[in-house]
Design a protein around this ligand. Structure first.
Ligand SMILES: Cc1cc2nc3c(=O)[nH]c(=O)nc-3n(C[C@H](O)[C@H](O)[C@H](O)COP(=O)(O)OP(=O)(O)OC[C@H]3O[C@@H](n4cnc5c(N)ncnc54)[C@H](O)[C@@H]3O)c2cc1C
Length: 431
């Protein structure tokens, strides 16, 4: 039998993960005429913010770069978002908006494609092995960006990583987000045998969030799968199944108590993963940097995070956990460069921060800003012929980002915070 040929590609830049961070990174580099492949295992761009059915930008919207600005403007044209303090949007429109922007920039998108292996020589990532349609694809590149959310690229490359809280390694829970739509007719709530009915708000597994959206649907962020590791293939599948069971029980409850004429109209194509691996970079941004009402700024800041600490309870169902306002703070370039590697960067959820900082900087607008910064940095790296990303002029990078709509001064941003709440007693060690 003739072996099936391995497909070989050569690119300037390889981005793994087409979520908010990866899509912005790929666009940021490709629009400067570098060849970029964007590898995404689902069928759309946007990641958690689209396939995950999350439908709200939870951070200040200004000064996050021209890519994020374009996204928001295009969403308005579709009627996919409205001006509102909670920044709601329709994730279905966000999929096409990201796609159009990536196509315009000339990004080569590989959907339905998963990272399988990484070749590293002397602290340099040389190539990645991908799999799609049962075909193997090897892609060599000059710079690599891990925007997989869970830090898959860094992990396979052998980079150091952190996960969970420092004491017990507990990670933020996963949630399957879903929408309900109004049928205009009374529904007959149904639960298969063996499913425990929910009879009060106190018995809800996750948050009590079933909010009327601007398009008439109801947005439900209410499931909570605690203590499941999203980087373990068997556990991740169990989490998906548990979340779907929770969703059915929650809908049965909502139809009886709050929304008798509503039915499910969509749920995430994949469970929402709040926290996976955080790849260790040249610097780890820590809670001490951002707490105590001080403004954390840095000479190598490449983006500003504005959201509150949003560290949902790691142990208790239904508990929103620790929510605390922080003053906007800089994300240093050093936090997006993988320690010990010359050409490997991170963007989005998997950057080099501790768990508390992660709970704040993981929001969609911030991930998008980090992505633009990472994509611009590697583009400048190629243009100045450097092999090590650290040799890119920080001044040049920051000037370019400012030129491209990024406000890098934390004092010029507004903090973004909802209702504050304290951390549960048994998790106090985290403070
Ligand atoms: C339930 C939930 C509610 C949230 N609510 C809000 C909110 O209201 N507002 C807000 O701003 N933020 C919210 N967040 C946080 C925010 O949605 C995410 O942190 C953010 O979208 C992460 O962006 P990212 O690009 O880093 O990762 P992701 O969006 O997760 O993108 C990573 C992409 O990489 C792909 N991928 C992963 N591994 C591989 C691989 N090995 N090979 C190929 N592709 C791969 C994935 O398919 C995915 O598309 C919420 C998160 C969750 C889970």
């Amino acid at each position: 039998m003739t072996p099936v040929e391995i497909i070989k590609l050569e690119k300037d830049i390889v981005v793994i993960g087409g979520g908010s961070a990866g899509a912005a990174a790929a666009i940021g580099a490709a629009r400067r005429r570098h060849s970029v492949v964007l590898v995404e295992e689902t069928n759309c761009l946007g990641g958690t913010a689209t396939a995950g059915n999350v439908a709200q930008w939870y951070a200040s919207m200004d000064g996050m770069g021209d890519i994020f600005n374009r996204i928001v403007e295009s969403m308005k044209h579709f009627g996919g978002t409205i001006e509102h303090p909670y920044n709601p949007y329709n994730p279905e429109y966000l999929k096409i908006v990201w796609q159009l922007l990536a196509e315009e920039a000339g990004v080569d998108i590989l959907f339905h494609t998963t990272l399988q292996d990484v070749v590293v020589e002397n602290s340099v990532v040389k190539s990645v092995r991908l799999v799609s349609c049962s075909r193997t694809i090897d892609v060599s590149g000059k710079f690599f960006i891990d925007a997989s959310g869970e830090g898959d690229l860094g992990f396979l490359a052998g980079a150091e990583f952190m996960q969970g809280d420092p004491l017990k390694k507990r990670i933020l829970h996963m949630s399957l987000v879903f929408f309900l739509s109004d049928t205009g007719k009374l529904q007959t709530p149904y639960l298969p045998s063996g499913f425990e009915p929910i009879n009060s708000d106190q018995e809800l597994p996750g948050l009590h969030v079933h909010a009327k959206w601007f398009d008439g649907r109801i947005y439900c962020n209410m499931t909570k799968v605690i203590d499941h590791d999203p980087t373990d293939p068997f556990v991740l599948s169990r989490a998906e199944m548990e979340a779907r069971r929770q969703m059915i029980r929650i809908v049965h409850y909502l139809q009886r108590k709050y929304h008798p004429t509503y039915t499910i109209c969509s749920s995430g194509a994949r469970i929402g993963i709040r926290e996976g691996r955080r790849i260790v970079g040249d610097y780890i941004l820590k809670k001490e940097d951002i707490l105590n009402e001080r403004v954390f700024d840095s000479d190598d800041g490449i983006c500003v995070a504005t959201s509150q600490i949003d560290l949902h309870s790691l142990t208790q169902p239904g508990h929103g956990g620790w929510r605390k306002k922080v003053l906007p703070y800089a994300i240093p370039f050093r936090c997006i460069i993988a320690k010990g590697f010359r050409n490997l960067l991170m963007a989005g959820k998997c950057i080099s921060v501790d768990q508390v900082v992660h709970s704040s900087c993981r929001m969609i607008p911030t991930c998008c800003g980090m992505g633009q910064a990472a994509g611009t940095a590697v583009a400048l790296g190629l243009e100045s012929g450097v092999g090590d990303i650290r040799a890119v002029s920080i001044e040049k990078l920051r000037n370019q980002l400012r030129h491209d709509g990024m406000e890098l001064d934390p004092k010029k941003h507004l903090p973004y915070c909802g209702e504050e709440s304290d951390i549960p007693d048994e998790e106090k060690g985290l403070k």
